[in-house]
Design a protein around this ligand. Sequence first.
Ligand code: FUB
Length: 321
Amino acid sequence: MNYKNIKISLLFISLLAYGSSFAQNPIITDIFTADPAPIVYNETVYLYTSHDTATVADTNYKMPDWYVFSSKDMVNWTNHGSPLSPKSFSWATGDAYAAQCIERNGKFYWYVSTFHKKDENSNGGAAIGVAVSDSPTGPFKDAIGKALIVNEMTTELKHGWDDIDPTVFIDDDGQAYLYWGNGSCRMVKLKENMIELEGEITNFKPKNYIEGPWVYKRKDLYYLVYASVGTKPEMIEYCTATSPEGPWEYRGIIQENVPNSFTTHPGIVDFKGKSYFMYHNGTLPTGGSYRRSICIDYMYYNEDGTIQKIVQTKEGVKPVK
Ligand code: FUB
């Protein structure tokens, strides 16, 4: 090997070493993203996100639309743009808060929280809509031409933004459930068509619950993971149950406060044998509580199904082979 070849090899080796320790978190760096909601479809992870566009000087959210990203290795993410915004719903106005998409029978149902215009169906306030598509990346359209949940359907809390943050779960027997809520957690069954409610809305308040529920099943246990608030910014805590309707047993804190953001928000996915925990923080340059960024770290379970504390890292996760 001549001197030039040795130099090139050394450069290659140091690039490899740099690459393997390169920080992956936050995972999206060209726009500010929040409220991660991942699903696996066709050996690909699709990640549905909120989008923060507030300026550094702003003191509240500016969230114009929702985005979709995808990855086959949890490290390289493709931006599919924004196929949905509150403007896609004739009845909606205002911000595009947290949302979650799920596949059923080849169709993709994207449950979103936004705000309702004052009209004959609602006096305004937060509302939940559902959009549908034949593809995980859209195009999506309003599935029913009206909101699925309006403020007037839940009356136990008086603030107008209590009907936010939908999470949707389909049990092994095919029954679908929608959970949501700020201040208390609401639950209602969905019909098989995924666009109509079935039965009564119930509400309950897990310990320290504030918002951002994420419901899933692992082995025989149901998990309700959520953002919690006490005297500090939000953390992530969880409950488990042996039925999707509860009763929910409080199991503790999974994730402590995140740097530079008052909120955090859970999104959980298993992909190719590993469990991943997604959340947001404010660590991108010029980031903050209204300019958030999604991160991914590994998630580990104990033998008894309890969840180990998430270790928040800059390195994030390694590419899935
Ligand atoms: O992104 C807007 C709101 O902040 C979400 O709806 C909450 O979960 C919190 O992340």
